[in-house]
Design a protein around this ligand. Structure first.
Ligand code: ADP
Ligand code: MG
Length: 303
């Protein structure tokens, strides 16, 4: 008898598993955009959409057990704020689920909670509930609601050939500390949607090449980025750090050439890194010597 071994999810990979889920999902007309973007976009009222997102941080994966609990709490809120900024919106409310190992001290939990509350306060987010459970490792999961003016909604899917690709800040080396302390780019997002027609946007949580890959897939386009233009963060060791190391939490967005000119004219501090091109070119990097390399979208994947 042939024994059929169960297939491991590692065979599918993180995004293969998500696609498998997505194929089974059906939503009703109140869902403007479901699974597949930084936030779900839901019907709200005449002028606004509601944004809805969640993110889970797991000890040993997203942070180490030796990390400062205040910063873990802070990060758990910051990552969801970043997804709402990536859709052009404003964060409003959140609920927090925490899985806690039994031996955890009260002091640790107080600090974790203070990190959450302090950041929520800065962004005027109401913490309105949650859930607690015991767990082997610490797990913190935040679900957040936001709102966005209908005319300001930005998805991953609107990039057009000819668009200029920008980032809001320097990339790479985030593992050395920035991933716990980053400032979610809500202000920058608000400036962008107020002044420009942003065609596509995503927050860089898994590395520039992978997250740009998400925009390219969703928009059915290709891109060329220029090594010379990619702003490297101080702790980044090399270009690869910027391309594939995750958790920069800068915004990556595309603007029409006309809007891009305005960015330069008005001296907005955004960094152009490349151009959207036809899908058939895929994703390419022009290196410092002027040679074009094909880039595989690579970055952090859970499995
Ligand atoms: P994020 O902005 O959180 O980094 P990713 O770029 O990793 O998002 O893309 C993951 C996408 O898959 C998101 O749109 C998310 O909503 C969706 N997703 C993740 N897990 C599930 C799930 N279990 N069921 C449905 N959709 C999911
Ligand atoms: Mg995101």
């Amino acid at each position: 008898m042939v024994k059929i071994l169960p297939m491991s999810i590692a065979k599918l990979g993180e995004f293969g598993l998500i696609e498998r889920f997505q194929r089974q999902i059906k939503t009703d007309a109140s869902v403007i955009k479901g699974s597949g973007d930084d936030c779900a976009v839901l019907a709200y009222d005449k002028n606004f959409f509601q944004l809805f997102t969640c993110d889970m941080l797991v000890e040993g994966v997203d942070f180490s057990h030796k990390e400062n609990p205040y910063l873990i709490g802070r990060k758990s809120i910051a990552v969801s704020i970043s997804d709402i900024a990536a859709c052009g919106g404003t964060p409003r409310h959140c609920v927090i689920s925490i899985g806690i190992p039994r031996k955890t001290s009260i002091e640790f939990m107080d600090k974790l909670f203070k990190g959450m509350l302090d950041l929520a306060k800065i962004y005027k987010i109401n913490l309105v509930g949650g859930d607690l459970s015991s767990a082997k490792n610490l797990v913190v999961d935040v679900s957040m609601l936001g709102i966005v003016e209908k005319k300001n909604l930005v998805l991953r899917s609107g990039a057009k050939a000819g668009d200029i690709i920008f980032v809001t800040g320097s990339l790479g080396g985030s593992i050395k500390g920035k991933h716990l302390k980053f400032t979610p780019r809500v202000k920058e997002s608000a400036t962008l949607v107020k002044n420009f027609k942003v065609n596509a946007m995503i927050d860089i949580s898994d590395g520039l090449s992978q997250d740009l890959g998400h925009i390219l897939n969703a928009s059915n386009v290709g891109a060329i980025i220029f090594e010379d233009l990619i702003p490297l963060a101080n702790p980044a060791r090399n270009l690869d750090d910027a391309l594939v190391s995750g958790e920069d939490f800068e915004l990556l967005f595309t603007l029409s050439p006309k809007d891009a000119k305005e960015v330069f004219k008005k001296k907005f501090k955004f960094f152009p890194i490349g151009e959207i091109v036809d899908k058939k070119y895929g994703l390419r990097l022009m290196d410092k010597r002027g040679q074009e390399l094909i880039l595989e979208p690579k970055g952090y994947r859970h499995f």
